[in-house]
Design a protein around this ligand. Structure first.
Ligand code: MRU
Length: 376
């Protein structure tokens, strides 16, 4: 997507052909800064500190991180250490493991001298495939927005989104935002309610910044406003991303997603999740068994913003001495999800629905949650 007039992806190979460039998402929306990654430790820190974040981008960064490590030392032990270091950065997004397994699996049978080239090529392929996958999610998802526009002629389609499942969270297009950008580019009138997404404000800082740069009309609301907006008939559909979707369709996504889904169900608003296939964990059925990342208390206790004269400042908002908890994700049970928008089409949030689009993953034995046994 474009920043001012320049097209960007969220990660790319630098001009030297081996180091990796990312957009420092901790600086947005106050400053647009890129950062060069030259080794696995830098890549791991960029993921852990959330300079890069969002499930697909975490995967792509990890893949390039492993390539950087292999360039330095292509030996089996060094690769295993690098893989373990990257895997430990963030526990919830399954794309991390998926991308590392892909790169590690490609290089394992090769001679040391061949490994770095192949690792870079595989990381590049992971990035390119992400772009194409999201483009297709846009194609399938836009049909929902088009249908809502036809049902409500003469006014914008009102979409509520949570966190940032935009192009910054992926390599390009985004997942939840792909149908939104597509609809906007087709001339469908829309308006996006952007949850601010405490504690790190990915909605207010990143989604709003992205939509603004693309000219998509939007309004930032506090996280607790969504239920009210839905009660007031101000939301036609909710569209969010996912860090891990189980084989039965439970969705693990940014903390607060579940509450939106509950409100959507209560008010009859359709609740869709953009779920690219690398975010599906076929080995898990029940979302309750997915590890939920617990992040630092300071993310809740302090807020960072820019002052009127352009300085960035961090201030405390929690009373001194009060303990803070910071679970970063929650589980939205499949029964609250209207549909999963994948690159192959829209599936019901059930094992049968997912297997209908991904039959190579196995067969459904006895129903969606039968024996809590995941296929594949
Ligand atoms: O903690 P974050 O910012 O990495 O969380 C991001 C989300 O929860 C996104 O909704 C999810 O990764 C999907 S991104 C296309």
């Amino acid at each position: 997507m474009k920043v001012e007039t320049v097209p960007y992806r969220s990660i790319w190979l630098d001009d030297d052909g081996w180091s990796v460039r990312i957009i420092d998402q901790t600086a947005l929306p106050h400053a647009f800064r890129t950062v060069r990654l030259t080794g696995v430790e830098e890549a791991a820190r960029a993921i852990a500190d959330m300079r890069v974040r969002g499930a697909p981008l975490i995967g792509a960064t990890a893949a390039y991180g492993l390539a950087l490590a292999i360039r330095r030392d292509p030996g089996d032990d060094a690769i295993e250490d690098a893989r373990a270091r990257l895997l430990a950065t963030r526990p919830t997004a399954i794309n991390l493991r998926w991308a590392l397994d892909r790169v590690a699996g490609m290089v394992a049978p090769l001679l040391s001298a061949e490994r770095a080239d192949v690792a870079y090529r595989e990381a590049g392929r992971i990035a390119d495939e992400d772009v194409e996958r999201n483009r297709r999610i846009g194609e399938h998802g836009v049909a929902l927005i088009r249908a809502a526009a036809e049902r409500n002629p003469g006014r914008p389609v009102r979409i509520l989104t949570h966190c940032n499942a935009g192009w910054l969270a992926a390599v390009d297009w985004g997942t939840a935002t792909a149908p939104i950008y597509r609809a906007h580019d087709e001339g469908i009138e829309l308006h996006v309610w952007v949850d601010e997404t405490r504690p790190r404000n990915q909605g207010a800082s990143l989604t709003a910044w992205e939509l603004g740069h693309h000219g998509v009309p939007h309004t930032v609301v506090v996280d607790s406003a969504g239920g009210h907006l839905m009660q007031q008939g101000q939301v036609d559909l909710c569209l969010v991303g996912t860090d891990r979707t189980t084989a039965a369709g439970d969705v693990v996504n940014k903390i607060g997603t579940y509450l939106k889904a509950v409100a959507a169900r209560d008010t009859g608003v359709p609740f869709y999740v953009a779920a690219p296939s690398p975010s599906i964990d076929w080995s898990v059925v029940d979302g309750a068994s997915v590890p939920i990342e617990e992040r630092a208390a300071d993310e809740v206790a302090f807020v960072t913003g820019s002052t009127a004269d352009g300085r960035t400042e961090t201030v405390r908002v929690v009373a001194h001495g009060s303990p803070v908890a910071n679970p970063a994700f929650d589980v939205t049970p499949a029964r609250l999800v209207t549909g999963l928008i994948t690159e192959r089409g829209i599936a019901s949030a059930t094992a049968a629905g997912l297997l209908g689009l991904f039959p190579e993953r196995g067969t459904v034995a006895g129903g969606p949650r039968a024996g809590a046994e995941a296929p594949g």
